[in-house]
Design a protein around this ligand. Sequence first.
Ligand SMILES: [Zn+2]
Length: 469
Amino acid sequence: MKLYNSLTRSVVPFEPWTPGEVSMYTCGPTVYNYAHIGNLRTYIHEDVLEKTLEFLGYTVHRVMNITDVGHLESDADEGEDKMLLSARKERKTVWEVAQYYTDAFFEDCGKLNIRKPEVLAKATDYIEDYIEFIRGLEEKGYTYFANGNVYFDISKFEDYTRLSKMDLDTLKIAHREDVDEDAHKKNPQDFVLWFTKSKFGKQAMKWDSPWGVGYPGWHIECSVIALKTLGERLDIHCGGVDHIPIHHTNEIAQTESYTGKKWTKYWWHSEFLIDHTGKMSKSSGEFLTVSLLESKGFDPLSYRYYVLNSHYRKQLAFSFESLEMAERAFEKLKGKTAPFTSIPTEGVELSKKGSDLLEAFKGHLADDLNTPNAMTVLYDVLKSEIKDEEKAVLLDKMDQVLSLGLLDAVEKSNTGVSEDEAAYIEEMITMRSTAKKEKNWAVADAIRYELKEKGVELIDTPEGTTWKK
Ligand SMILES: [Zn+2]
């Protein structure tokens, strides 16, 4: 496996700290709003990364944090408590808001076939650990206290710009007019580890600490959660490219200052989804979410297909036209894979040609996760002259990584019953709904029971009753 490492800015062989085992940390969502499909693009690629590593034989331990502490959006203490804002708007408590959007995030992930990481860590569950971590940094002399807040002093950490390669002197000159500089910082890049005093006083979530009642800074959660769950040495740390200059840079500084050891071997970053103006896509004022795509008639998996057709390190210019083209191609592909869903694959041995195709697929993924090239092998399989059983095996294996539901698209309609049986079930459903209308509950229940005995489950929806075997 070769991966691009943002630290060295080159594609390098992947060699985890412990051979065969991979620890993988992913910066998770902030949960005061729905997830933007641009962020979901990153989660799709991370999902492919995890599944690729497994496909290549590694055991992967993956952790994702959930940023459920209200204000933690930016380091600049820029403002309103986002969680509180949502809570007021939606007449919920901040905790309810966090739970609501956490659920919504995983619902979106489910629709995109993104697997839940092994460990999900809520930021608010680690408050004591942040405090202990900050005390550790304090003892080692990396912090200072000013105006009620605890800061990390970046001048105490050698190599602060290791990941970002920023020129701090240039940054000093290019001081942004629109950002209110915090006068209490010793260096402009210093960041707050613990707030007791924010410019914006109304924080909904606060905790007691040695420095007073307050709340943790933004970056600390990822460092602490990663240390607590995956130990002092991390193989892969993932996130969007926007995290490089500040968030991940600060994570490295505080974590390595705390442990005194080199921390993350590979920094993995996914590029932006942009619109035609080149900015993070908010397409003509619309906030792009999975639900919005669905409301426009798109299958969320078409978006996954669309995303996999571009390399994670390239910006992807989103438009509904291009998504529509992708959807059409995806439907065509599913039409081609559909006949293979019912082919038994047990005990099928791959021919030379079949193994070559599988190796080609692996090779593309092992080459810095080249999903566009890996996808072309899908088509090569379908075009090739190998036996149908082999094709079914290969499609199944490949879809374990791509997760496009290529072989279950038909399983859903392939109900596993004969036409006669299906007609019988439909007839029973009609009888049952008549019985229900007549309030003849005994008959309605008897029909449900009889079908259940035959392994058929009835599902009542507002649009009527459906069934599954
Ligand atoms: Zn993070």
